[in-house]
Design a protein around this ligand. Structure first.
Ligand code: CA
Length: 743
């Protein structure tokens, strides 16, 4: 029954691995996942700002126990003592908050329904949290509540004590509920925080196998009662739809097979999806951390499309409020996730990437823009125009089956326009950028330097995509030239990127420690490295490899000083940097997460290996404090997944991965094109330096791997050592791609 995805030959091949438990005793991948990782978070300090999402991979609707009050972004906190309900959620981040949420709560303490009155003590010791199943003992009510999900529905099993029992369905502020018949509650929820069309509703149906009668409650809350015997199980079938009440009833079909069958199917779906990557390690915590990170990488963006009565795939468009054809993915911020989450999907889950790209076509057709921060429609949040990276990386890595010409039109449009309501969609300041080559720091546009650096990379992505699509040199020339715009912000006097005024003067006084201002949730020390596509060009600006390496080293050894004057207080990302003991390196936020890999370009790859391993071991865990800052929709998790495999996509769109240090003695990625096997038998806690690498049996001296060499299956054999190899990968020719070197 276990390891059902693994071919027999593979089983035989791996049986030599001494560190692993016997195969027959090995848990399934999903059994390593801790969904509570990252939930020990609060406003002031994030260890992930996650919640235990109970869902199928990329499911339209997630469920979570709810410890916070309705509307509180910190929906589940590990240190909370009470549960107020089991909530259907679409929340991508506490900072963006939720939409389309409603909750279900069993009650036995009388006809109470308000969220404080119905709340119950609970313990993690009487809680079972997995991706496919959640169970908790609600002490005040002596009820064990269980739930298991599908993409658009869920099955509940509530085990009641003897007596008069109740059930609450809370449609949140502004919502509506009513009894459709003596065992069915229907309604809709309208609670949202923007990004929805007029008239947006999430319609739901709750059907019970126990008839009930209504008690007095509120317009937006249903309270029903029924008698129960000791240990009586009440089963609920719950479904919802963004399209209509009728569609919600159709979606009930997903749970018609009953609780145990739904649970088995959801478990199998997770094992199949997680099982594309297999890793072996004697350290159980490594396995738990790895699969917990992989789980977090497979939730967002969610697919909100539904199958209608005619059997067609359709979706409610949050852009125009109409029911449109095809896929639609949402709840992700590209500023975070272009970096490694989408590259992870492009490598390991290309069939999902193809649907995501089809969804992007629909975004453009329905709104005139590609999203930058979607939840579910366009939201004004963060900076950049990194949809260009998401589109280019997928196409350049061979993802097909969607209208790429429409996406070409979309990326060109977004490069010279800004969304009238969501200012982070398109390019804020594009007029300045197109004329000056940068967004000036004195024209009232905040975070201008961060925007410029990302626009320049995005222009490189557009250029690369255009080349692949055979666009004319004339059409591509402006983007190729603009890809070098990062140079305009390099302030040679301070040796870092800096804000620049319209007249060409750099910002003075300049503080490399100042967070925000010209940068986004980081300082110049963090953002200077955002030249993903031309690290060699940046190195040349800084005066060569020695100066570049010294500047990289400096980030780690300097004290964690900061200037928070832009915010007026130390935002949580600042605190998360200061407490990690790694100087000004801020792995808790996205702008710098690729920086550890840049020694691959500058002849000192052993420093990359040491730092990457240090971050994997220190900043990630399988426990409630799993992360060192916001997890952010799979990005910080995908960093770990890639890094643990031994490489990382520093420059999406380049078709290359920068080499790091594999965490495991053995890993196998079951790519659709063939198995990617990664062996490092001498790997260990102190043996994290790469002394040699063979690709398919031949010496590979470079600090990069080509996607094209991996995608059809490959064998990577690492020789690991406790001592840095100061010879391997040190020649300029060993460096990964840089635009300036045209390789
Ligand atoms: Ca972040």
């Amino acid at each position: 029954m276990k390891r059902f995805l693994l071919p027999l030959v593979a089983l035989l091949a791996y049986s030599c691995c001494q560190q692993a438990a016997p195969e027959a005793d090995r848990p399934d991948p999903v059994d390593y996942v801790n969904t509570l990782g990252g939930t020990l978070s609060k406003y002031e300090l994030s260890t992930g700002n996650t919640y235990p999402a109970v869902a199928v991979p990329w499911g339209a609707h997630f469920w979570t126990p709810q410890t916070g009050r309705n509307g509180d972004g910190w929906t589940y906190r590990y240190d909370a003592t009470h549960i107020r309900g089991l909530k259907l959620t679409h929340q991508p981040s506490p900072w963006i908050n939720d939409y389309g949420a409603f909750s279900i709560m069993p009650v036995t303490t009388g006809p109470v329904y308000e969220e404080d009155a119905r709340a119950s003590w609970f313990s993690h010791k009487a809680e079972k949290a997995t991706p496919y199943y959640y169970s908790v003992y609600l002490a005040d009510h002596d009820v064990t509540a269980e739930l298991t999900p599908t993409a658009h529905a869920a099955a509940f099993r509530l085990t009641y004590p003897e007596g008069e029992s109740f059930l609450v369905v809370d449609a949140f502020e502004g919502g509506h509920v009513e009894l459709a018949d003596p065992s069915t509650i229907v309604g809709y929820t309208v609670h949202n925080h923007g990004g929805v069309a007029e008239g947006f509703r999430n319609w739901f149906v709750v059907r019970s196998d126990m008839p009930f009668r209504a008690c007095p409650s509120a317009e937006n809350v249903a309270l029903v009662t029924f008698p129960t015997a000791h240990g009586q199980k009440v089963h609920l079938q719950v479904a919802s739809s963004f399209i209509s009440q009728e569609q919600a009833f159709l979606n009930l079909e997903e749970v018609s097979a009953g609780f145990d069958a739904v649970k088995a199917a959801a478990r199998a779906q997770w094992n199949q999806t997680l099982g594309r990557v297999e890793v072996w390690d004697g350290d159980l915590d490594h396995l738990r951390t790895f699969y917990s990170c992989l789980y977090r990488s497979l939730l967002f963006p969610r697919d909100i499309s539904e199958i209608n009565a005619e059997g067609e795939r359709v979706h409610y468009s949050p852009h125009n409020g109409k029911v449109e054809k095809g896929y639609f993915y949402t709840d992700t911020g590209f500023w975070d996730t272009f970096r490694s989450l989408f590259p992870l999907l492009n490598l390991i889950y290309p069939e999902v990437s193809a649907r995501v790209q089809e969804g992007l076509v629909n975004d453009f057709l329905e709104s005139g823009f590609l999203p930058e921060w979607a939840s579910p429609g366009h939201r004004g949040c963060m900076v950049g125009n990194n949809s260009a990276s998401v589109v280019a990386d997928a196409y350049l890595k061979g993802i097909r089956g969607y209208d790429i010409e429409k996406l070409w039109e979309a990326v060109l449009h977004g490069a010279h326009a800004v969304h009238p309501e969501a200012s982070s969609t398109g390019r804020l300041g594009w007029e300045y950028y197109d004329s000056l080559g940068y967004v000036p720091c004195d024209v009232g546009i905040k975070e201008n330097a961060a925007r410029t650096l990302e626009y320049a990379y995005d222009d490189w992505c557009i250029w690369q995509l255009g080349l692949a699509l055979g666009k004319s040199e004339q059409e591509l020339a402006p983007y190729k030239a603009a890809a070098q715009n990062y140079r305009k912000l390099y302030d040679a006097e301070v040796g870092l990127m800096n804000g620049r005024a319209q007249d060409g003067s750099f910002r003075r006084p300049f503080s490399p420690l100042k967070w925000g201002g010209d940068f986004t949730e980081g300082n110049s020390l963090h953002y200077t490295w955002s030249v993903f596509h031309d690290v060699q060009g940046l190195m040349d600006l800084m005066g060569g490899a020695d100066a570049f390496n010294a500047a990289l080293d400096n980030v780690f050894v300097m004290p964690p000083k900061y200037d928070d004057s832009y915010y007026g207080f130390p935002i949580h990302e600042i605190i998360e940097m200061t407490v990690m003991g790694m100087g000004n390196y801020a792995h808790g936020n996205q702008p710098i997460q690729h920086m550890l890999y840049l020694y691959d370009w500058s002849g000192q790859p052993w420093k990359t290996q040491a730092r990457v391993r240090e971050v994997m071991e220190k900043f990630y865990s399988p426990w409630a404090d799993a992360y060192c800052g916001d997890e952010d929709n799979g990005q910080t998790s995908a960093w770990y997944v890639f890094s643990a495999l031994g490489f990382y996509p520093v420059c999406p769109g380049s078709g290359e991965y920068a080499l790091g240090t594999p965490l495991f003695k053995k890993a196998v990625v079951h790519l659709p094109g063939g198995d990617l096997e990664i062996d490092a038998p001498a790997n260990g806690a102190d043996a994290f330096y790469v002394s040699a690498l063979q690709l398919n049996g031949k010496a590979w001296p470079h600090n990069y791997l080509k996607h094209s060499d991996l995608v059809g299956g490959a064998q990577l054999s690492f020789d690991m050592s406790t001592q840095p190899s100061t010879r391997r990968g040190t020649a300029p020719a060993n460096a990964p791609y840089s635009m300036s070197r045209n390789r």
